[in-house]
Design a protein around this ligand. Structure first.
Ligand code: FPP
Length: 231
């Protein structure tokens, strides 16, 4: 079948812990494997012609996990940001971050900002990592920015531009792994008309083939955006 390639894919990478526990391994092993899969999927998206890939890496609620797991997740992210600089350049992948920055340690924050700058000319694919991100928090921060801007009137388009994903087209397809069928406070505003795809596979089991399966499913959807489609 002919694939209709989404411009923007968003993914809730769920089930790392379950995948590891099923194999008698510590949860963090699931996150290690999960990071490798994230890399594989980013490369696949670049090859397929997807323009934006948004990955939910750490939510505003994930701070409630055991301190040890939180530290390990941030160390994993730190190692990735440090070691993948040149690969990203070669692949033409731009990195952006969404989410709060105020609760992230200064050293990691500088790494994030440095990588955003370093990859800002790359134009094949933009990978947007949601770190300390919550959809409601994003909307509240946007409202604060609107107030600070002194704007006296606001419409949907202007409001969108104040959100973390300002300037990025809304996701066409949201994928969530591990059988859960929830949005879990991800990019709430931007998902208004997004097609949803759920799979029972845990994130460490996801692959390029599974991505293509999701895109095939997406290609069969009729997107109406509230309109009536001509028969
Ligand atoms: C969900 O699995 C996964 C996360 C909360 C973290 C996702 C992070 C990664 C895949 C690593 C990201 C790193 C880079 C460099 C992109 P879970 O722990 O909620 O699994 P469970 O529901 O089975 O417990």
């Amino acid at each position: 079948m002919e694939l209709r390639i989404p411009d923007h894919i968003a993914i809730i990478m769920d089930g790392n812990g379950r995948w590891a526990r099923k194999r008698g391994m510590p949860r963090i092993m699931g996150h290690y494997r999960g990071a490798e899969v994230a890399e594989e999927i980013a490369k696949a998206c670049a090859d397929l012609g997807v323009r934006y890939l948004t990955l939910f890496a750490f939510s505003t609620e994930n701070w409630k996990r055991p301190r040890e797991e939180v530290d390990l997740l941030f160390n994993l992210l730190r190692d990735y940001l440090k070691s993948k600089r040149e690969d990203l350049k070669k692949l033409g992948i731009r990195i952006r971050f969404i989410g709060r920055r105020d609760r992230i340690g200064g050293d990691l924050r500088s790494l994030m900002e440095d990588l955003e700058r370093y990859t800002s000319d790359n134009s094949r694919l933009t990978v947007i990592l949601a770190v300390d991100y919550g959809g409601r928090d994003d909307i509240v921060r946007a409202v604060r920015r609107v107030i600070d801007s002194g704007a006296r009137s606001i419409d949907e388009e202007t409001f969108s531009s104040f959100l973390d994903l300002g300037g990025v087209p809304d996701p066409d397809l949201l994928i969530r792994t591990a059988g859960e069928k929830r949005i879990s406070n991800f990019i709430l505003w931007n998902l208004a008309y997004t097609e949803l795809y759920f799979t029972d596979l845990c994130w460490p089991e996801f692959s390029k083939d599974e991505l293509i399966r999701a895109i095939e499913d997406f290609s069969r959807r009729k997107r109406k955006f509230g309109r009536v489609l001509d028969e």
